[in-house]
Write a protein that binds this ligand. Structure first.
Ligand code: SF4
Length: 335
């Protein structure tokens, strides 16, 4: 009887793992670049299309690996042009990504986990709990599939890991995926500066991060005292605010009556003094059933002005795609 071997997605290997596999099979390591060039840069979806690789070698590859493409189950387009993708993975689980067109660029917000274990009070993804980490291939495939989509009139220029999941809780797969997305020889060739990893702040991994990737970092702060942050983001009980503040860019979700007062803005200015951080303030995106509310415009502006007066560079980020629940903190798979 033939033994059935479950084939893995070749995109789940990093470069060194592919070389090790090739050597194990007596094949020259230089083939690794050739194969990855087809799979990543060339978006090949079969080994047969790899015309500069001999037939028997292609056959060997196809007996061990597949080139998996997630199924695009649904694409919803917002009135502001953003598009939310629902992808079905090989085990039938689902993940979401959001493409956001702007004047001079377009950004894709991708997921790194299915669900999330961190349970931030304002986040719909966290409410569903943690299901599993995405593989390297599943992270990269979100970018490949959106790049393929001819309906997106603008070329993809920026990637943010701000979708479902805490990227630093899936550290190795996220780093391997970013390294492949930034590789110019055989990967997709994005500049590290155009990729932003957003984290709730797993401090030991933050320290490691700059050694492993040149992607930009955005820390989701969202409170100016540990008491409020403990309530909003349970991870703060393990890694409190003081430990976080070495990060260079701070995100702050403004929630009405919770963290949006003048006193909060002044305390934030004080807290950030030692690191001269840039601050992104993101007015909270309400969703059905949420206990939190978005502050009104004048409160948002007042909060921003206090930071500006204290010499901070502040950007107010208004999330797009709210009508299709594609804005920050609203991703939770609905089929
Ligand atoms: S905000 Fe990020 S870390 Fe917190 S629950 Fe949501 S996905 Fe997880």
């Amino acid at each position: 009887m033939t033994k059935l071997v479950k084939k893995s997605d070749i995109k789940d290997l990093n470069f060194d793992q592919l070389i090790a596999w090739l050597e194990e099979h007596g094949i020259q390591p230089y083939r690794a670049k050739q194969i990855f060039k087809w799979v990543h840069k060339g978006k090949a979806d079969s080994f047969d299309s790899m015309t500069n690789i001999k037939k028997d070698f292609r056959h060997l590859l196809s007996t061990h690996f597949i080139i998996h493409r997630p199924l695009t189950k649904k694409v919803e387009t917002s009135t502001d042009g953003s598009r939310k993708y629902l992808f079905e993975l090989s085990d039938g689980k689902h993940v979401e990504s959001v493409w956001i067109p702007e004047k001079t660029r377009s950004t894709l917000c991708i997921s790194s986990q299915i669900g999330c274990a961190h349970g931030c009070a304002f986040c719909l993804t966290g409410a569903a709990g943690f299901i599993r980490n995405l593989t390297i291939g599943e992270i990269i495939s979100q970018v490949i599939e959106v790049e393929r989509d001819q309906q997106n009139k603008k070329r993809l220029t920026n990637i943010v890991l701000m979708g479902m999941g805490e990227p630093l809780a899936n550290y190795n797969n996220v780093i391997n995926a970013i390294n492949m997305l930034t590789n110019t020889e055989y990967g997709l060739g994005y500049s590290g500066r155009k990729i932003t990893l957003s984290t709730a702040g797993i401090v030991p991994k933050l320290n490691q991060l700059s050694k492993d990737t040149d992607a930009s970092l955005a820390v989701s702060l969202n409170a100016t005292d540990n008491h409020t942050r403990n309530e909003l983001m349970p991870i703060n009980r393990t890694y409190p605010i003081e430990k976080l503040l070495e990060a260079c860019r701070i995100e702050y979700i403004l929630i009405k009556g919770i963290n949006d007062s003048d006193a909060n803005a002044k305390r934030l200015s004080e807290l950030l003094k030692p690191i001269k951080a840039k601050v992104n303030i993101i007015p909270f995106n309400e969703y059905p059933g949420s206990d939190f509310k978005r502050p009104d415009e004048s409160r948002i502006n007042q909060f921003r002005d206090i930071l500006v007066k204290n010499n901070y560079t502040v950007i107010t980020r208004y999330s797009k795609g709210q009508d299709i629940s594609a804005a920050c903190g609203q991703l939770s798979v609905k089929i």
